[in-house]
Design a protein around this ligand. Structure first.
Ligand SMILES: Cc1cc2nc3c(=O)[nH]c(=O)nc-3n(C[C@H](O)[C@H](O)[C@H](O)COP(=O)(O)OP(=O)(O)OC[C@H]3O[C@@H](n4cnc5c(N)ncnc54)[C@H](O)[C@@H]3O)c2cc1C
Length: 391
């Protein structure tokens, strides 16, 4: 990146990451032109709209914890930042992550690290687990960890809508068009080709195209290892209500949390059924019958009886190198900034990523959180920064 403030920033993708980058640039005092190119203003297939919209601090990578704490702080203070009308339905009910006896040692080490970075993680002994969360079968549980603060969920639609509206009010221009390619010089992206036939000149280009980011830059010979993987969410009701239920990550692979009057939950498909998703948003309906429901009923026997209300599928933007986001400039095209690849944790990290990208552009480096571990260098060198706590 050059030292002078760039005149025109073009952002590819206008969902949560693209919009937080735009909004944060304005908040950081950026006065140049900002154009967000988004191919679908309904956002119906964006990962953001189809996500479980939850936030956790229980990660294996320190920078992810720092970014979550930043996001939780913004969610808590949403009215102070976006105005009295702002409401994203943020509920801080915690994540409960269960592990088997064989995992106790490494989970305790992870908790020590998470606490060292400011996360308020409690280790629940089996008795405590039962008292706090009655209804969960703990026969085979070795360890349960629970985020007493900064973890919970919010509304997947309200947050991006709020940020987009605020960005537009600060003179960010959203254009509905598909990006088809890029003009480059030796070391810069100089223009962005649109499906309308127009080419927009740019001084900085931010890539925030979610699960399609890898494919979009492949013609530039950039090997960004991000692929779309289909993830199904089931929404269901049970005849009773478990009070104060958290977001539960079970050691079996299922996750479940309250949503409205009922619950949402899911499980990853087996690897052999997890091909890259090519425009395919048909839910993996068969996962409900097995393994999701039997595993759910084993962990929470009262959920043996449930009524499926609906199912949907969205695309995880999986970074196949290490399940972590990519944030920062490319080494050869050095005005191309990545803000993508969060592998299932991009909504919660979007506020921090937006801020970090804005700092890169306006101040030439990260100031609030050092996101350089998430930079392009590790991708170029094939040295993973593996996130161990993924769902
Ligand atoms: C089922 C599911 C559950 C999830 N749960 C959580 C969760 O609980 N917490 C969490 O933090 N994250 C969760 N995630 C992950 C999260 O949704 C993503 O990390 C996040 O939404 C990524 O944001 P994004 O803006 O990069 O991508 P997206 O929301 O996919 O947005 C990318 C945008 O780019 C646009 N675009 C793509 N190509 C082009 C092009 N060529 N031209 C113009 N526009 C283009 C798309 O139309 C889209 O609007 C979940 C994801 C799924 C699928």
């Amino acid at each position: 990146m050059s030292n002078s403030v760039p005149a025109h920033t073009v952002i590819v993708g206008g969902a949560i990451l693209g919009s937080f980058c735009a909004w944060s640039l304005r908040r950081a005092g950026y006065r140049g032109e900002i154009t967000v190119v988004e191919r679908d203003s309904t956002y119906q297939f964006s990962s953001t709209a189809l996500s479980a919209a939850s936030i956790r601090t229980q990660f294996g990578t320190p920078v992810n914890i720092q970014m979550s704490l930043y996001g939780a702080d913004l969610f808590r203070n949403i009215k102070d930042v976006f105005g009295a009308e702002a409401d994203i339905g943020y509920r801080e009910k915690g994540y409960l992550i269960l592990g088997g006896h064989e995992r106790v040692g490494d989970r305790l080490a992870a908790v020590r690290m998470q606490r060292a970075y400011g996360a308020d993680i409690r280790v629940l002994e089996p008795g405590e687990l039962t008292r706090k969360f009655p209804g969960i079968c703990i026969d085979d549980i070795g360890i349960g960890t629970y985020g007493a603060q900064h973890e919970g969920w919010f509304d997947a639609w309200s947050l991006p809508t709020l940020v987009r509206r605020a960005a537009k009010a600060m003179n960010v221009n959203y254009v509905e068009c598909s990006v088809r390619g890029f003009d480059t010089t030796d070391s810069l992206v100089s223009g962005v080709h649109l499906s309308s036939g127009e080419t927009i000149k740019c001084d900085v280009c931010i890539l925030a195209a979610g699960a399609l980011s890898g494919r979009l830059v492949a013609p530039l010979d950039i090997d960004l290892p991000i692929v779309p993987k289909k993830r199904t969410v089931f929404a269901f009701k049970t005849p009773f209500r478990l009070e104060n239920f958290p977001m539960l990550f079970d050691m079996s692979g299922i996750w479940v949390r309250p949503e409205g009057e009922g619950y949402i939950g899911g499980i990853q498909p087996a690897e052999e059924n997890d091909a890259d998703a090519d425009g395919d948003f048909e839910p993996h309906h068969c996962l409900m019958e097995a393994p999701f429901w039997p595993l759910l009923a084993t962990r929470i026997p009262a959920m043996e009886e449930l009524r499926l209300c609906r199912a949907w599928a969205g695309h995880y933007e999986v970074n196949t190198l290490d399940h972590n986001g990519v944030v920062g400039a490319h080494d050869e095209l050095n005005n191309l900034i990545f803000a993508t690849g969060f592998s299932g944790h991009g909504v919660m990290h979007a506020p921090a990523v937006g801020r970090g990208v804005a700092e890169l552009i306006t101040q030439g480096g990260f100031r609030t959180i050092d996101m350089s571990p998430l930079g392009w260098a590790r991708i170029r060198n094939g040295i993973p920064l593996t996130e161990s706590i993924v769902y």
